[in-house]
Design a protein around this ligand. Sequence first.
Ligand code: RB5
Length: 153
Amino acid sequence: MNNISNKEKIIPITSDHGGYEVKKYLVEKLQSQGYKLEDMGTHSEESVDYPDFMHKLASAINKGKYEMGIILCGSGNGAAITANKYPNVRAAIAWQRELSELGRQHNNANILSIPGRFVTKEVALELAEAFLTTDFEGGRHARRVEKIPKILD
Ligand code: RB5
C-alpha cells in the first residue's frame, strides 16, 4: 500500500560529491521502477560542501513540500546531522536493509541518509526500496517519536 502511494509522490534526493555516484545509480534505478524523483544535486564529483545541499532538501521536507527524501554523503553523518537540525525532520542513517526498515517502523524517519562511500550501489538501492515501502508501526513508537523534540532546558 505504502509502495504504491510513495510512487505517486515526488521523492527529493540529494548528495555531495561523496554520495554522487551512488545517487546517480539510485535515481536511474528508482525511476525505472516508477518512482518520481527530484534530483537536487550535486551533479558531478567536484568537491562541494554537504550542508549546502542538505539544507535545501531538509528545509523542503520541514515545510511539508515533500513527505520523504533521500540524502547521501560519504559517511551519511554530515548529511543526517544537517537534516536533523530541522524540527520536522527525522533522518535515519542506514547501511543495511534492516536499519532502513527500522528507521521507518520505529522512528517514522522521513529522510534516509546513506553513507555513499560505505555501501555498494546495490545495497544503497535495497536501502532506498526498504525505506520507501515500509510503514511506521505507531503504537508505543508514536509515543517515543513525539518525545524526540522535547529537549530539556
Ligand atoms: C566529504 O569528503 C565528506 O566529508 C562528506 O561526504 C561526509 O562524509 C561528511 O560527513
